[in-house]
Write a protein that binds this ligand. Structure first.
Ligand code: FES
Length: 145
């Protein structure tokens, strides 16, 4: 029941990945939860946990990616240390859009979160992003399960 998300393959430079503009292949929805919740899962709004998986190679060291379909931000603050955060901004619930050098960005009111902890670090958000449980399976990070 897996559905491939954003199957674009090819070169992804660090800037593109940091902007979250191109996620590339290797992102596969796990099904169940997405089917029940439409295209997004959200620990912030509906109490559900987003589920999916991504190739570890898609998450840059010192940066991260946003998976819009699953509404999560996945970061790798230091080599081999991963974090997964629910993508709902804690200010007014907009989805975060990208991981920049300034942090995990919410575009609605320029809120930023620390990619290491999810703490609100700039803009109007006061509360941290919710962490999403995950584990590593081979070369993939599986979240929400
Ligand atoms: S909704 Fe994210 S900063 Fe306002």
């Amino acid at each position: 029941m897996a559905a491939e998300i954003l199957p674009s393959e090819g070169s992804i430079d660090r800037r593109t990945v940091l902007r979250g503009a191109a996620i590339g292949g290797g992102v596969v929805a796990l099904g169940g939860m997405l089917t029940a919740c439409g295209s997004q899962g959200s620990a912030g709004a509906g109490g559900t946990v987003p589920t999916g998986k991504v190739a570890l190679s898609k998450v840059p060291v010192g940066g991260g990616i946003v998976l819009p379909a699953q509404n999560v931000a996945i970061t790798q603050p230091t080599a081999g240390e991963y974090k997964v955060f629910d993508g709902n901004c804690t200010h007014q619930n907009c989805p975060v859009s990208e991981v920049t050098n300034d942090g995990i960005k919410c575009p609605c009111h320029s809120g930023y979160y620390d990619p290491s902890t999810g703490a609100a670090i700039a803009g109007p958000p006061k509360d941290p992003l919710k962490e999403v449980p995950f584990h590593i399976e081979g070369n993939e990070l599986v979240f929400g399960s």
